[in-house]
Design a protein around this ligand. Structure first.
Ligand SMILES: [Zn+2]
Length: 234
């Protein structure tokens, strides 16, 4: 095989690795963001349920105050009723007292409902908090893994770039230029084997004469269809 082809194949191997490491490195910020979003969602769910629990508690306390103010009124009315000498006034006060008693009953029923809701919300709050803690723990572990992955990939990338640099030094600049352009436009496949007269890059047939020249390995030969650099595997 032509010495330049051997060099180009090594160069292409490093370039393919560089391309792969870069692509993998590019996904890391997205993964980090995905983890952050997942924790943020759990955190917001926890805040919401805790807020609802607090709202119900505030509502229940207000009802308790309402009930208490009616109880106070009843006490006052009972004193008035005790002091009055007039029968119609006695009756009227009695009606007011009953009206307040009925209101207190309704308020207390509502309070019981809210207490049940509070209990439910408190359970859900505890659950949401556990979920949040677990998501945070998971996220921390995975973030640490991503950091490790990022550093390993960065190391591999630097190594491949150093090797690429060294390999490129031994090659003709014009050939490097041709190869680099092909590598960019042909999806990271610039130097390909020819098998049974077919280019393994575009899978099209080449003339026997061209394939013969590739087989001889004395010069750089390009696919007649796609322009890739061809070599005949020995
Ligand atoms: Zn081709």
């Amino acid at each position: 095989m032509l010495k330049e082809i051997e060099q180009l194949l090594l160069l292409q191997d490093r370039d393919q690795k560089i391309k792969m490491f870069k692509a993998q490195l590019e996904t890391i910020p997205f993964e980090q963001e995905r983890l952050d979003r997942s924790v943020a969602a759990k955190s917001s769910a926890f805040d919401q349920i805790r807020q609802r629990s607090r709202d119900v508690e505030v509502q229940r306390k207000m009802l308790e105050l309402d009930a208490q103010s009616r109880r106070d009124s009843i006490t006052k009315y009972k004193t008035q009723q005790y002091q009055t000498r007039k029968n119609d006034e006695f009756q009227a006060i009695g009606q007011e007292i009953r009206r307040f008693e009925q209101e207190i009953e309704r308020i207390e029923d509502h309070e019981i409902e809210l207490m049940e809701q509070t209990e439910q919300f408190q359970k859900e709050t505890v659950y949401a908090e556990l979920e949040l803690k677990s998501a945070k723990r998971q996220s921390e572990l995975q973030q640490a893994d991503l950091k490790k992955k990022e550093s390993t990939l960065g190391e591999h990338l630097r190594q491949a770039e150093i090797e690429r640099e060294q390999l490129a030094q031994g090659l003709d600049p014009d050939l490097i230029f041709q190869y680099t352009r092909l590598f960019a436009v042909k999806g990271g496949n610039a130097v390909v084997p020819v098998e049974h007269e077919f280019c393994m890059g575009c899978h099209m047939k080449n003339t026997s004469a061209l394939v013969h020249r590739a087989k001889l390995g004395r010069e750089i030969v390009h696919c007649e269809q796609c322009g890739r650099i061809l070599y005949h595997p020995d």
